[in-house]
Design a protein around this ligand. Structure first.
Ligand code: PLP
Length: 364
């Protein structure tokens, strides 16, 4: 068997979920629970009724690639449609790097799959942590100081999972200006879920690899629709790898994406999340818990101190609230709450978390 896979650590998110009992409050979810846009699903089905459900060209239907390209500000030729953004992350790493010598730098706190995909591919991985005292604010200096000559790819998400922070334009500009010929995987799967006045800035770097999809913004995690925007010199390798790994993205999923993109509906659910964020913040401010104020996505880091795994297990056992230990993301001492669910459940979860924290303090 493949030792690169047998030695990968199991997911802590799954472990906590496996312990969940009926009636527990679930703030551990990594996916939206809102219903998806029925019009887009209907349009996809209509297309299949008229055209059948055959393979698309390997990189995707030209009109769908063009629509994604317009969304990303890139020509259609630089787009590959993928089965979820997760596959785009894999494609980026499998095509851009040489496992014999290249290293990936992962910025933490971050999505655990970045390091695991790299390990699966036999790539060296190093992590650099953003400062918890600055509430994990994205800082170019900190990332640039961690680069080595063998570091050939940096991966980050904006908005971020789990910190829900967004890379501000000036930090992103500095990062891009000093990255040199390295690749920058810019994961924007949460792009449409932002609560800042402006949409999240995008990197301007000749080797930026943009990763996105419909999962989070459109409540379509199960559709598996994503994309990779890559510079022209990488596209022949993207085509080769994509062909071998999955042939093409789902024909139905591509048609759903086309409908949402051409009608500008990717951001339709943002106001609902904005309301939910308001209710979360109210509960957190009343709780006296220390937290990182979300700028995007639907997560929030709350400080518990000490072992986050012990905290998550205790909270589940004593207060019946599912959370995810920050250690899974490189944020030890913090818990990740997901506030994608019904506001009353999220508020109740915060109240129970605060009770648990007070009890813990009084026990010493
Ligand atoms: C930061 C980040 N990137 C990518 C993904 C993968 O999403 P999907 O493959 O459903 O597009 C996730 C899923 O949780 C995520 O949190």
């Amino acid at each position: 068997m493949n030792p690169r896979l047998t030695t990968l650590e199991p997911s802590l998110i799954r472990e906590l979920n496996a312990r969940k009992r009926p009636g527990d409050l679930d703030l551990g979810l990594g996916e939206p629970v809102l219903p998806p846009d029925q019009r887009a699903l209907d349009a996809g089905l209509r297309w299949l009724a008229e055209n059948g459900c055959r393979y698309s060209p390997n990189l995707g239907f030209p009109e769908v690639r063009a629509a994604v390209g317009a969304y990303l500000g890139r020509p259609a030729e630089e787009i590959c449609l993928t089965n979820g953004s997760q596959q785009a992350l894999h494609l980026a790493m499998v095509t851009a790097l040489d496992p014999e010598k290249d290293e990936v730098l992962v910025i933490e706190p971050g999505y655990p799959a970045y390091a695991k995909i790299a390990q699966m591919l036999g790539l060296a991985v190093r992590t650099v942590g953003l400062d918890p005292k600055r509430r994990f604010a994205p800082q170019a200096d900190c990332v640039l100081a961690a680069l080595r000559p063998e570091t050939r790819l940096v991966v980050l998400a904006s908005p971020n999972n789990p910190s829900a922070r967004i890379w501000p334009a000036r930090e992103l500009e500095q990062l891009c200006a000093e990255l040199g010929e390295r690749w920058l995987v810019f994961d924007e799967v949460y792009r449409e879920l932002y609560y800042t006045p402006e949409p999240p800035p995008r990197p301007s770097h000749p080797r930026a690899l943009l990763v996105g999809g419909l999962s989070k913004c459109a409540s379509l995690t199960g559709l598996r629709m994503g994309w990779l925007g890559a510079p022209p010199e990488l596209m022949p390798l993207v085509l080769r790898a994509h062909q071998l790994i999955t042939t093409a993205a789902s024909t139905f999923a591509q048609q759903v994406a086309l409908e949402l993109l051409t009608n500008g509906r990717l951001g339709d659910q943002r106001p609902l999340y904005r309301d939910r964020l308001g209710s979360l913040l109210e509960a957190l401010r009343a709780s006296e818990l220390e937290f990182v104020e979300p700028e995007g996505a639907f997560y929030c880091l709350v400080r518990v101190g000490g072992s986050s795994l012990a905290a998550a297990l205790e909270l589940l056992e004593e207060k019946r609230v599912v959370t995810v230990p920050g250690v899974a993301f490189g944020a030890e001492g913090w818990l990740r709450l997901s506030w994608a669910g019904p506001p009353e459940e999220v508020r109740e979860g915060v109240v129970r978390l605060a009770e648990w924290a007070r009890l813990k303090l009084s026990r010493g």
